[in-house]
Design a protein. Structure first.
Length: 76
């Protein structure tokens, strides 16, 4: 079975956020830079459901893991 990977805009949509480029850019501007001591899923701006999704995507090395890693890098 081939694994599919998702882009950051798809991740934003999955998280219930706008996936428009200008909205993603504004989100990154508003919430970055994220302190290196804070794991992405533990950032205070996520809802509990969003945090859980991000944490599980990384823990399970799910299809979403690459997009989550990319978002993490963008917020640093």
């Amino acid at each position: 079975m081939e694994q599919s990977f998702h882009a950051v805009p798809e991740l934003f949509a999955q998280l219930g956020l706008s996936d428009r480029k200008q909205d993603i850019d504004a989100f990154i501007q508003a919430h970055g830079p994220l302190s290196p001591e804070i794991a992405l899923a533990d950032a205070p701006f996520w809802t509990p459901a969003q945090s859980t999704f991000l944490r599980e995507a990384l823990a399970q090395d799910a299809d979403w893991a690459e997009a989550v890693d990319h978002l993490d890098a963008l917020l640093r």
